[in-house]
Design a protein around this ligand. Structure first.
Ligand SMILES: Cc1ncc(COP(=O)(O)O)c(C=O)c1O
Length: 388
């Protein structure tokens, strides 16, 4: 079979299963309303939870750095791509996370696929939640350690696996802090207790918690008050921070170790200086503007209560991620299509992103949604339900 013939037949199979993906063109900044393929729609699929990608302080900081340093880093951080702006950003992340140090990677994906295999090698054991993000799964795949998947948020199952793990050298428990497609929060106090009892490391992916959870927006660890438990805190600068990049926060030894061992850190180009300056400014805004988090909470309550009152089947999320369970791939695709026809964009999430039979709409609420945006969204969701 020729290459083109093979590619075509693979694409046809995806199409027939309702699983093909395609790109849409966003022509404005990712706020509550966007121009999508030239048409104005309400956006319910953004991770720009606090609207910081368009915050004037953040834009100004990024623009200043852009003018001074230009567009790119030109090399990996260990070569000549280590802008001095990293120091300020990493200090701010460590302070926000309550850790000794932090290390910025060029994306959250790279942070996970770099850190997990560095921490867990031959003869080690990784225990990973069944609903962890794909970048954690890929990080696990890159490690020669034994992997065991525990049922989602099930600490009894986790304990039973830990209690049988006597033969391995080291144990690493890895979990999303806020689950990206379900919006629930990992039972971290119980996980930390088990980790102490069974001498395991804990790594939490706080991609959807940083900026949003905790008194000062420090994330899932601050939310639970677990700053003194030595948890390895990974996360991303691409969601509530509004930019790009990943990080790991922890002890100074951990950070030195990752600089030497994390391939996803070593073998990629540093971030553009404007991105670093923008992220530093955004973390400053998060700490100085609790009003943004309060606005987000009000918006989440408004939309969530309205949908529950109208009988929509939402998963029991505790955060700004509101999954509307639809079940089959076909129903989810039809619902998303009908919703878009009514001027609201929330993409359908299908396998392999979520397990078979649990296709859904991943609705994400952001602080920049106006009450009017949310009312239009509710009307659109009702109309899509009626049409599906
Ligand atoms: C839970 C989780 N971890 C990691 C990532 C990857 O982060 P990034 O987009 O910075 O590569 C994402 C985002 O896609 C995510 O949702």
């Amino acid at each position: 079979m020729s290459k083109e013939h093979w590619l075509k037949s693979e694409l046809n199979q995806l199409n027939q299963a309702g699983l093909s993906r395609s790109l849409r063109s966003v022509m404005t900044a990712p706020t509550g309303r966007i121009l999508l393929d030239g048409r104005e729609v309400i956006l319910l699929g953004s991770n720009n939870y606090l609207g910081l990608s368009v915050h004037p302080t953040v834009i100004e900081a990024a623009a200043t750095a852009l003018r001074i340093y230009g567009t790119g880093a030109s090399a990996s951080r260990l070569m000549s791509g280590n802008s001095h702006l990293y120091t300020e950003l990493e200090t701010k992340i460590a302070r926000a996370k309550g850790t000794e140090a932090a290390l910025v990677f060029s994306s959250g994906y790279l942070a996970n696929i770099g850190t997990i295999p560095a921490l867990a090698g031959d003869k080690d054991l990784i225990l990973s939640d069944a609903l962890n993000h794909a970048s954690i799964i890929d990080g696990c795949r890159l490690s020669p350690a034994t992997k065991q998947i525990y049922r989602h948020c099930d600490v009894e199952h986790l304990e039973s696996l830990l209690s049988q793990s006597t033969k391995c050298k080291r144990r690493l428990i890895v979990t999303d802090g806020v689950f990206s497609m379900d919006g629930d929060i990992a039972p971290l106090p119980e996980i930390c207790e088990l980790a102490e009892r069974y001498d395991a490391m804990v790594m939490v992916d706080d991609a959807h918690g940083f900026g949003v959870l905790g008194e000062t927006g420090g994330g899932t660890i601050e939310h639970f008050g677990l700053e003194d438990r030595g948890v390895i805190q990974m996360g991303t600068l691409s969601k509530a921070i509004g930019g790009l990049g990943g990080y790991v926060a922890g002890s100074a030894n951990l950070i030195d170790f990752l600089i030497n061992r994390a391939r996803g850190f070593i073998f990629t180009t540093g971030l553009p200086p404007a991105t670093l300056a923008g992220a530093s400014a955004a973390i400053g805004v998060i700490r100085s503007s609790p009003g943004l988090r309060q606005q987000l909470s009000r918006n989440v309550l408004l939309l969530k209560n309205a949908l529950l009152e109208r009988g929509f089947q939402l998963l029991p999320s505790q955060t700004q991620i509101l999954p509307l369970m639809l079940g089959s791939v076909e129903v989810a695709a039809r619902f998303a299509e009908a919703l878009l026809e009514h001027g609201v964009y929330a993409p359908a999430i299908r396998p392999p992103t979520v397990p078979e039979g649990t296709s859904r709409l991943r609705i994400s609420v952001i602080a920049s949604h106006t009450t009017e945006d949310l009312k239009t969204a509710i009307t659109g969701l009702e109309a899509a339900r009626a049409a599906t």
